[in-house]
Design a protein around this ligand. Sequence first.
Ligand code: ZN
Length: 172
Amino acid sequence: MGLALQQARAAMQQGEVPVGAVVVCDDRVVAVGHNCPVGGHDPSAHAEMQALRAAAQVLGNYRLPECELYVTLEPCVMCAGAIMHARIRRVVYGAADPKTGACGSVVDLFAEPRLNHHAEVIGGVMRDECAGILQTFFSERRAAARARRLAQPFVAGEAADASSVPPSESSN
Ligand SMILES: [Zn+2]
C-alpha cells in the first residue's frame, strides 16, 4: 500500500485526484498505476484500470487470477467490473469512498451473488494515509479556487465594490 500511496502522490503532482494502485503477483510487483483521467482525456483512466492494463501487458494475459490489487481508494463500479473481468484474486483498498465506492460504500458488487466472480476484498488498510492525501488535495484545490475568486476584481482592474454590476450581468 505504501507503493500505491507513492503512485497517488505522482497523480497529485500532475494535478489529478491522488489515487494510486499496484498489482502484485507471488509477492512481486507486476505493475503500478495512478489516476490520470484529466491529463489523459480518458474517463476510464482510474488508477486501478491503469495498473490492470499494465499488469495484463506484462503477464501477457487478460486474466490475472493469481494477482492482488492494492489501491488507495475503494474501487468504483467501473473498476470493480474490470477487477472481475481480470479475475483478480484479492483486492486491498485504503480509504472508503462514500460517493462512488462499489465495495460496500454505495453498492457492494463483490457481494452480489448474481455476478460470478467474488474476489476477496479487504478495506481500511492504511486508511488514514490514503484518505489524508485526498483531503490535502481537495483542501488545496478549494483554497486555490478561493484565491482566484478573491484576486478577480484586481485582475479586472476594478476595486472590490459590492455595488458594481459584474460585466456578465450588465449585458442583459
Ligand atoms: Zn474507478
